[in-house]
Design a protein around this ligand. Structure first.
Ligand code: SF4
Length: 419
């Protein structure tokens, strides 16, 4: 019997290609090999792997996860960093991935290899075929070339990818391609870390959702994602000085940037139950002095483009009085095209809905442990299956409960459509 080892780069490219290989080689043993040493950053590698695994599990195909050998890839493409996409660097990148596939095929006793890279409209089919055949021949293997894109292949791939709600990356994968694609931007969002948490709309938040989804699917549960757009907010830099001394602080989400340096005096201190609100003699910016230690603050209600609020811990209460001089600097960014998602496990119309959330604040606080959610799934397995209980993992909670609002909107629109 023929044994085919299929190199896989991501879920989207494999969702139709693997079906096609199964269809064309019904009597062969088929195994996947996820090998993507070219991907940057590592969270992107993880995301592509988890979606690949979801596709393979769905088709009953075993998939081997290759190591994340970024250093090997970097060495191989050295000197070709500035090549355009489809140029020499890409040929080397394909060579490396196919060589590794051929090596593994030899080791595990497979006689044929192929790659789902031939699915991508951005890849040159003839070059892949040539490279694949040369590499396979050297190892005494056969390379299978199928132009998956023909006969409506791309449309079928898009349809399946939509049905499975697969993560659709918007760049090929490597850091050099990314530099070119994001040329002109002040910074490349994919390469900037905004803290140690799972911020709304981040890769980390999405990965969390996908891991839980895979877990639930493997237990035979119905899952779906509700993707939604929202206005994202990021803090780029901030500085606060009181009487010339820099002060540790956090910033309330959706605070606007401050132009230049704001030099002001404290005008008024207004005590509230949980904090003291400090007003300034110029500007609508505020300070909040908490009654607790310094912490990040999540917001329950959405606030858009609003006045800057700097947050301080209780130890600064004594330093701040009317007339105290302060200096503030703040640079923040708003992105209207951000996306987050809710995960629905079980029926949308169950009597009991258990709510969890996927995001955290920038320092990782206010979040939930994955195990907490997995435990709830296991404990309610039968009830989720019979439709009486569902588990809802909401996105973008810390930014004003956006996920919950979107979930209720979806529920409402479904009910209206039904009636
Ligand atoms: S652009 Fe894509 S194919 Fe080309 S080197 Fe980068 S990751 Fe590899």
């Amino acid at each position: 019997m023929d044994k085919i080892l299929v190199h896989i780069c991501c879920g989207v490219d494999s969702v139709y290609a693997l079906r096609k290989i199964k269809e064309e080689f019904p009597d062969s043993e088929i195994k996947g090999f996820f090998y993507d040493p070219n991907i940057h950053p590592e969270e992107e590698f993880d995301l592509r792997w988890i979606e690949t695994k979801r596709v393979c599990d769905d088709l009953g195909i075993e998939c081997i996860k290759g190591d994340y050998e970024l250093d090997v890839w970097m060495k191989r493409v050295k000197g070709y960093e500035n090549e355009p996409e489809r140029g020499e660097r890409c040929t080397i990148c394909h060579d490396l991935r196919l060589e590794k596939t051929a090596e593994l095929a030899k080791q595990i006793g497979f006689n044929k290899i192929t790659t789902v890279l031939m699915m991508s409209p951005k890849k040159d089919f003839e070059i892949l075929k040539k490279v694949g055949e040369e590499i396979a021949e050297k190892k005494g293997l056969e390379f299978i070339s199928i132009d998956f894109r023909k006969k409506g292949g791309i449309e079928k791939m898009n349809q399946l990818s939509k049905e499975m709600e697969l993560y659709h990356q918007n760049y090929c994968g490597c850091i050099y391609g990314l530099f070119k694609q994001r040329e002109g931007l002040e910074y490349i969002p994919e390469l900037v870390s905004f803290g140690k948490g799972r911020l709304p709309g981040s890769r980390e938040e999405l990965l969390f959702i996908k891991e839980i989804r895979t877990f639930a699917q493997n237990l035979g549960l119905k899952t779906s994602e509700q993707q939604f757009d929202f206005m994202d907010w990021k803090i780029i830099s901030s500085k606060l000085s009181i009487k010339g001394n820099p002060i540790p602080h956090t910033v309330l989400p959706y605070s606007k940037s401050i132009r230049g340096i704001l030099r002001a005096k404290i005008k008024e201190l207004i005590p509230f139950k949980d904090k003291t609100v400090v007003k300034l003699n110029k500007s609508n910016a505020e300070l909040w002095i908490l009654n607790t230690e310094l912490k990040e603050i999540s917001i329950d209600e959405m606030r858009y483009f609003t006045n800057p609020v700097f947050i301080l811990g209780k130890e600064h209460k004594e330093d701040i009085k009317e007339g105290t001089k302060i200096e503030m600097q703040l640079k923040t960014e708003f992105n209207p095209d951000a996306q987050s998602q809710n995960l629905i496990i079980g029926s949308l119309h169950s009597d009991t809905k258990m709510f969890f959330h996927s995001d955290t604040l920038i320092d990782g606080s206010a979040g939930m442990e994955k195990n907490q959610i997995l435990k709830a799934i296991k404990e309610n397995l039968d009830d989720i299956k019979n439709g009486s209980v569902s588990i809802i993992v909401l996105g973008a909670k810390t930014f004003g409960n956006i996920g919950l609002r979107k979930f209720h909107e979806e529920l409402k629109s479904f009910e209206i459509t039904k009636s």
